[in-house]
Design a binder for this molecule. Structure first.
Ligand code: ADP
Ligand code: MG
Length: 319
C-alpha cells in the first residue's frame, strides 16, 4: 500500500456539513477561515513509543489519547476545538492497527467537532504528533500568567488514578486486576475537560491542564504570575481507585502523579458561585483546594492548617 493509499483509506473522510475548514486534506496546505474578533489557539503534542506509551499498546486507545492530550491543551486555554493535523511515523503498514487507531482518533474528534485537516506520513519508529487549532474570542483565553493574590485554586475531576495504573504496569507494586483495569481507563483514555474550559471563560483568572502532576503544573501558574500558594492536601479530590491505597500513596499520586488531564485554575473568591455554575453546566465536578498568595513557593497544609513536609518532584523528561 502506498503512502497516498494509506492516507486516503484511513485518514480522509467524506465531506461533512459540520466540517469547518475551507480546505481540508489533499492540497499542500489546509485553509481555515478566521472569524472576526477571534484568536487561534495552537498546540502540539508528540507521543513516542516506549516513552509515552508501551510498545504494543491498544491502537484504538492510542488514537483516543493522542487527540485527548491535545484537546486538553485547548480546554486549558478555554478554546473551542476547530481542527487538527496528524504527523505519523510508522514502522510498517499494519492495516489492522491503522483501522483501530483512526477509529479511536475519529470517535473523539467527532465528539468535539474537531476536523482532521492534514498531516504527514513517513516510515520510522512509531511516533504520533498532533497539532491542534482552536478558537477563542480575543482577550478571553485562560492563561497561566494571570492568577491574582487571594484567588481560590480549583481542580476538576479527580487526581492520581492514572499514576496508580502506571506504577502497577511498571511493577512498582501489584494491584488487584479490577482496580488496575478501572485505574487504567484514566491512564489510557483521558477525557479532556473542553466543556469546563469553555464555561470558565470570563470567570477563571488563570488555568492549565494537569499532565505532569499537580504541584509541578500549578508551579507554572505561580511562576508565570509571580505568586505563591497554599494547598490543602486533605482537600484534593482522590481517584476512585487511589482512594483504597495508603495515605502516603494517596498524597504522592494526587500531588505529583501525572497523566491526569484535569484542569487546575484560579478564580476570585467572589466568583465561587459562578465557578460552581460553570462546573454544573459542563457536567464536570470541581474542588476548591487552596489559595493564591503573595509569598512565592507552594505551602502544603493539612485540613487543620498544619504544614506537611513532602519530598515531591513532578515528571520532567530530562531530569
Ligand atoms: P506534501 O507533499 O505537501 O508533504 P503529502 O504528500 O505529505 O503532502 O500529503 C498529501 C496530503 O495528505 C496533504 O494534504 C497532507 O496534509 C495530507 N496528509 C498526509 N499525511 C496525513 C495524515 N497522517 N493524516 C492526515 N492527512 C495527512
Ligand atoms: Mg508531506
Amino acid at each position: 500500500m502506498s503512502e497516498f493509499d494509506l492516507i486516503a483509506r484511513y485518514f480522509v473522510r467524506p465531506a461533512h456539513p459540520k466540517n469547518r475548514a475551507a480546505l481540508g486534506i489533499g492540497d499542500d496546505c489546509a485553509l481555515l477561515t478566521q472569524k472576526n474578533g477571534m484568536q487561534t489557539a495552537i498546540s502540539s503534542d508528540m507521543l513516542v513509543e516506549g516513552r509515552h506509551f508501551f510498545a504494543g499498546a491498544d491502537a484504538y486507545k492510542l488514537g483516543h489519547k493522542s487527540l485527548a492530550v491535545n484537546l486538553s491543551d485547548l480546554a486549558a486555554m478555554g478554546a473551542e476545538p476547530v481542527a487538527f493535523t496528524l504527523a505519523l511515523s510508522l514502522p510498517n503498514v499494519d492495516e489492522q492497527w491503522l483501522a483501530k487507531f483512526s477509529g479511536g482518533l475519529f470517535a473523539l474528534a467527532d465528539e468535539h467537532n474537531c476536523e482532521l485537516i492534514g498531516g504527514d506520513t513517513t516510515k520510522g519508529p512509531l511516533n504520533i504528533c498532533i497539532t491542534i487549532f482552536g478558537q477563542t474570542a480575543i482577550g478571553l483565553a485562560l492563561r497561566r500568567d494571570t492568577a491574582q493574590i487571594g484567588d481560590d485554586i480549583w481542580v476538576s475531576g479527580t487526581l492520581g488514578d492514572a499514576r496508580l495504573a502506571l506504577g502497577a504496569l511498571y511493577k512498582e507494586y501489584e494491584l488487584d486486576a479490577k482496580v488496575l483495569n478501572a485505574a487504567s481507563v484514566r491512564l489510557h483514555t483521558p477525557q479532556p475537560r473542553v466543556a469546563l474550559g469553555l464555561a470558565l471563560r470570563g470567570i477563571a483568572h488563570a488555568a492549565l491542564d494537569v499532565s505532569d502532576g499537580l504541584i509541578g503544573d500549578l508551579g507554572h501558574i505561580l511562576k508565570k504570575s509571580g505568586l505563591g500558594a497554599s494547598l490543602n492536601v486533605d482537600a484534593l479530590p482522590i481517584g476512585a481507585m487511589l482512594q483504597k491505597q495508603s495515605l502516603e500513596m494517596r498524597r504522592r499520586f494526587t500531588l505529583a502523579g501525572g497523566d491526569d488531564y484535569e484542569l487546575c485554575f484560579t478564580a476570585p473568591v467572589s466568583r465561587r458561585e459562578a465557578v460552581l455554575g460553570a462546573a454544573l453546566s459542563a457536567n464536570t465536578p470541581v474542588t476548591r483546594i487552596g489559595s493564591i498568595e503573595a509569598a512565592t513557593g507552594t505551602r502544603l497544609l493539612d485540613s487543620d492548617g498544619k504544614s506537611i513536609d513532602l519530598q515531591l518532584t513532578s515528571f520532567d523528561h530530562f531530569a
